[in-house]
Design a binder for this molecule. Structure first.
Ligand SMILES: N[C@@H](CCC(=O)N[C@@H](CS)C(=O)NCC(=O)O)C(=O)O
Length: 229
């Protein structure tokens, strides 16, 4: 990848990073004009806490997007990055909905994005800390975050019972809301359960995304990093 790409994504091999690379790969596959550079941040060495990075993202987390075609506009918070990308780069609204003419679908898409950003992400994210990184094993913490994540998966299960995708009319349309959730659900083997058998509709949904070459490619960018997710 060359360094004159209009979109620069500072990222790492974590669900918050993958959700954006999944969307970027989907956009790249849909639109020949879309391309980006993924810049790997080594969070195991606290690169995200260095002064140069804090100027981009004072919260010291990945991902951060810099849009060089829009005066180096900076976007932080993974879900806000997803919404920015579809606002500016999904000209045919393949992965989003028109907030005016499809107001209800757009609202439902936002609702599922917030559900993940405020729920699944923080809960499932904590499991990594308490299962793998905590110097002491605290069963209460592990149980709490695993059970809460499972409960949230069950909420999605209800949503997907009679539809293919989280938002959109009829059986729905694959959208940025699905990318946002899938980045977390595909980690289930490390977090909540070896298989998704407990949630058959969620499992079928996940398998449909796995079959999308662009999504699959995005879930492996950057290809190398200290975190082997
Ligand atoms: N709400 C933020 C969360 C981002 C986040 O927590 N990123 C983690 C990796 S998944 C990180 O960079 N952690 C570095 C650290 O905790 O020092 C978002 O969605 O962008």
């Amino acid at each position: 990848m060359s360094s004159n790409m209009p979109l620069k994504l500072y990222t790492a091999r974590t669900p918050s990073g993958f959700k954006v690379t999944i969307m970027l790969e989907e956009l790249k596959a849909a639109y020949p004009e879309v391309d980006y550079e993924a810049i790997s941040i080594d969070i195991s060495r606290n690169e995200q806490k260095q002064d140069w990075y804090l100027k981009l993202n004072p919260n010291a987390v990945i991902p951060t997007l810099v849009d060089c075609s829009r005066e180096d506009f900076i976007v932080t918070e993974s879900s806000a990055i997803l919404l920015y990308l579809v606002q500016h780069y999904d000209r045919e609204m393949k992965f989003t909905f028109d907030p005016v003419t499809e107001a209800d679908d757009y609202s439902e898409m936002l609702q599922w994005i917030f559900f993940v950003h405020g729920g699944v992400g923080p809960m499932e994210g904590q499991i990594f800390f308490f299962k793998y990184l905590s110097p002491e094993k605290i069963p209460y913490a592990i149980d709490r975050y695993v059970n809460e994540t499972k409960r949230l998966y069950s909420v999605v299960e209800i949503r997907l019972k009679d539809r293919d995708w989280l938002a959109g009319p009829g059986r729905g349309k694959f959208s940025v809301a699905d990318c946002n959730l899938w980045a977390w659900v595909r980690m289930h083997g490390l977090t909540v359960a070896q298989t998704l058998d407990e949630w058959p509709a969620l499992k079928a949904w996940s398998e449909c995304i796995l079959a999308r070459p662009a999504a699959l490619a995005g879930a492996n960018i950057p290809p190398e990093g200290n975190l082997k997710y």
